[in-house]
Design a protein around this ligand. Structure first.
Ligand code: PEP
Length: 256
């Protein structure tokens, strides 16, 4: 597993200019203070709404705070009203893009095949694809969690994954997202070890890639989660909107 821990904050559809600037400057003051420890140990990526990218980029470009997109189109340009391309995200300072978040899969009916194409667009634009997978509560109760996650991985991987290592997997059990119900150590380790096995067998280029956990990660449970096997980072929703909480998560990554 790569040494660098990843902390990714997904702001979803939250943030207007003023509150976002405040949020970023609070997070930045923590990051500036811990600059030396962060180098080579922890990467922090914020994924704000697209409307905030240029402002956030201006504030963060000289610091160890990276930018990510929350989604992108499969095409680089064209008649796709309301959409945003991977190249546009790259131009606004992004180094990675989340694709296949469960909210995109659910509210926008995104299929694994579409997600694979989005991942390809992310790679083509020279960025890292953060591909989200995870089972529903019903699937877990039916004993299908691993089967569902394996199928999502196999079918939503960009087609250049066999030789490119610019993909990260985020395991986010849907029942744990925004619910306050974090997955247990057993749940997380079992799935992360399983995902690692799948990657080693099917995608050797990703054998070492970070596998992120997402689902109600908070300042209070992050340190514990970082101790679990094969947890290379976290994808954080709600807590990424609260700088003191988010900084506690970064601090936990630094100590991991
Ligand atoms: C998410 O939406 O990716 C997520 C993990 O949200 P939360 O941290 O709020 O559970």
């Amino acid at each position: 597993m790569k040494k660098t821990k990843l902390v990714v904050g997904n702001w979803k559809m939250n943030g207007l200019l003023d509150d976002s600037k405040q949020r970023i400057s609070q997070t930045l003051s923590f990051i500036k203070k811990h600059k030396k420890e962060m180098l080579d140990n922890v990467d922090v990526i914020i994924c704000p709404p697209a409307t905030l990218l240029s402002t956030v980029h201006e504030m963060t470009s000289k610091h160890l705070l990276f930018l990510g997109g929350q989604d992108c189109h499969t095409n680089m340009a064209g008649a796709f009203t309301g959409d945003i391309s991977a190249e546009m995200l790259k131009e606004h300072g992004c180094s990675s893009v989340i694709v296949g978040h469960s909210e995109r899969r659910f509210y926008h009916n995104e299929s694994d095949e579409l997600i694979a194409k989005k991942g390809e667009a992310v790679h083509k634009a020279g960025m890292t694809a953060i591909i989200c997978v995870g089972e529903t509560a019903k699937e877990r109760a039916a004993g299908l969690a691993k089967k569902v996650v394996k199928a999502q991985i196999m079918n939503s991987m960009p087609n250049d994954t066999l030789y490119a290592d610019n993909t990260v997997i985020a395991y986010e059990p849907i029942w744990a997202i925004g619910s306050g119900q974090t997955a247990t150590q057993a749940n997380i380790e079992e799935m992360h070890n399983f995902i690692r096995e799948v990657l080693e067998k099917k995608y050797p280029a990703l054998a070492e890639t970070q596998i992120l956990y997402g689902g109600s990660v908070q300042g209070t449970n992050a340190a514990q989660i970082f101790k679990y096997q094969n947890v290379g980072g976290v994808l954080v929703g709600g807590a990424s909107l609260k700088p003191p909480e988010f900084c506690k998560i970064i601090e936990a990554a630094l100590k991991a």
